[in-house]
Design a protein around this ligand. Structure first.
Ligand code: GLU
Length: 450
């Protein structure tokens, strides 16, 4: 290379000098430099790069900060336009990412949601829209907010809207790849977990749940009510013991009368049906109702060996009531939460026997899904901070049955029924008090004060 042939520019210093002396109005506004060579009133465009292009979402200048107003507009940093335009994030979402995005090749997760026709508060299509709403949806939304990353998703309603969809089919659609997850009142049963799937458990146990304050209340109340008879204070005087024994006798009678009247109430009801629990139901030959779409149908046939011909599909709580009243079915077998909601509207029926399985509800994810672990932790947090309980109360609050019909009221024992006992107790206390004062008076006159 013949470097010597290159001509040398000697005016570099001068050129720099001239540039730093610049004081003009250029295309972007006034242009000049400080003595430390930094530009005077620098300003920049802020752009949002979207896939192959970009859009301008604001400006930055020393005076205005990040702002949608161009730097030449007079403004101060505290003014209301201290914000940028809407940012489109990778994946096309305008929701601000919380760290990294759940990897699904930039696609939204398709989340299957049962389009229920009965117990619609649990989860269903919002009337007149394509939006899913309900208790389970709110739990999902609250849980997904707690994840440290964004999960783009969309709900896809599953079911024809005429009857409850088959939940087995819903779960199967995840293993078929039609859905990436399913959210709803999906019972956690073995055959579902076998095809795959991870179902996040969230057991419905209404007792001992809720915010810490409520739980402490429950614990205190529980302790007090069980300690009712364990009085620790010593009664030293004979009179005190006499009053106490009468009082305890009164308590004993009230207590046993209460137990007796409760027992008779339950027995009278029980006499109207020979079914006392799942065993008598199995051994009878009577028809049994189950909820359309539920795993209960398979369970009754496969686990309890009940012939299919005995099973009657029922689509709604109204159908439960009619079928029971008309004796089309001897009993309905269903999960606890549905039965409780049903009974809160239909006080003339009752639960027979004990629960014979304990199944929780959960959301379903493909096996190994990292989302399942995050959601599981999030739901646990919701359960611990009481939010789950609040959602339960919001969507599934139950009416309390006025436990008796009017003609039963006359048979019940009221507080007035015990007036005689209260009178005896009162008289005994009064006599004891009089004797006590009598003795006190005697002893003070026997030893007069000096
Ligand atoms: N929870 C039931 C299940 O997971 C569905 C109830 C219904 O069919 O409405 O199978």
């Amino acid at each position: 290379m013949n470097l010597g042939a290159l001509s040398i520019f000697n005016g570099g210093k001068q050129l720099l000098e001239n540039i730093l002396q610049t004081n003009m109005t250029g295309l972007t506004g006034p242009l000049a430099f400080h003595s430390d060579r930094s530009p005077m009133n620098p300003s920049y465009d802020v752009i949002n790069i979207i896939e192959n292009g970009y859009q301008q979402i604001g400006y930055w200048s020393n005076n205005s900060g990040l702002s949608v107003a161009p730097p030449e507009t007079p403004s101060n940093r505290s003014s209301s336009d201290q914000h940028l335009g809407v940012v489109v994030w990778p994946g096309g979402t305008t929701d601000k990412p919380r760290g990294w995005v759940f990897p699904n090749n930039g696609k939204e997760l398709r989340i299957g949601v049962p389009n229920r026709v009965s117990y619609r508060h649990i989860v269903s299509r919002k009337d007149g829209t394509d939006i899913a709403e309900g208790y389970c949806i709110d739990i999902f939304l609250a849980a997904i907010k707690l994840l440290p990353y964004a999960v783009p998703y969309k709900f896809v309603l599953f079911g024809d809207g005429h009857e409850n969809p088959s939940y087995d089919d819903l779960v199967e659609k995840i293993s078929l790849g039609d859905f990436d997850a399913a959210v709803g009142d999906i019972a956690i049963v073995t055959n579902r977990t076998k095809i795959v799937l991870w179902i996040l458990e969230h057991r419905l146990n209404d007792e001992f749940r809720g915010p810490p304050r409520k739980q402490i209340g429950t614990i205190l109340w529980f302790s007090f009510s069980t300690m009712f008879f364990s009085h620790r204070e010593n009664t030293v005087s004979t009179l005190g013991r006499m009053v106490l024994i009468i009082w305890l006798f009164l308590v004993l009678i009230i207590n046993s009368s209460y137990t007796a009247s409760l027992t008779s109430m339950l027995t009278v009801q029980q006499l109207s049906s020979p079914i006392t629990g799942i065993d008598t139901l199995i051994s009878s030959t009577e028809p049994i109702g189950f909820q359309v779409g539920s795993f209960v149908q398979n369970y009754l046939i496969e686990e309890l060996n009940i012939p299919k011909s005995r099973l009657v599909p029922l689509g709604s709580p109204q159908e439960y009531a009619t079928a029971l009243k008309k004796r089309i079915v001897a009993a309905v077998v269903d999960e606890g939460p549905y039965i409780e909601l049903f009974l809160s509207d239909n006080c003339m029926f009752s639960i027979r026997g004990q629960e014979f399985t304990k199944s929780g509800w959960g959301f379903a994810f493909p096996r190994g899904s990292p989302l399942a672990i995050g959601m599981s932790t999030a739901i646990l947090t919701l359960s611990e901070n009481g939010e789950l309980q609040q959602l339960h109360e919001k969507w599934l609050s139950r009416k309390v049955c006025a436990s008796q019909t009017s003609d039963d009221v006359s048979d019940q024992l009221q507080l007035q029924s015990f007036w005689g006992l209260f009178l005896i107790c009162g008289i005994a206390s009064f006599i004891a008090l009089v004797i006590h004062f009598g003795q006190l008076f005697d002893s003070t006159s026997a030893f007069p004060r000096r």
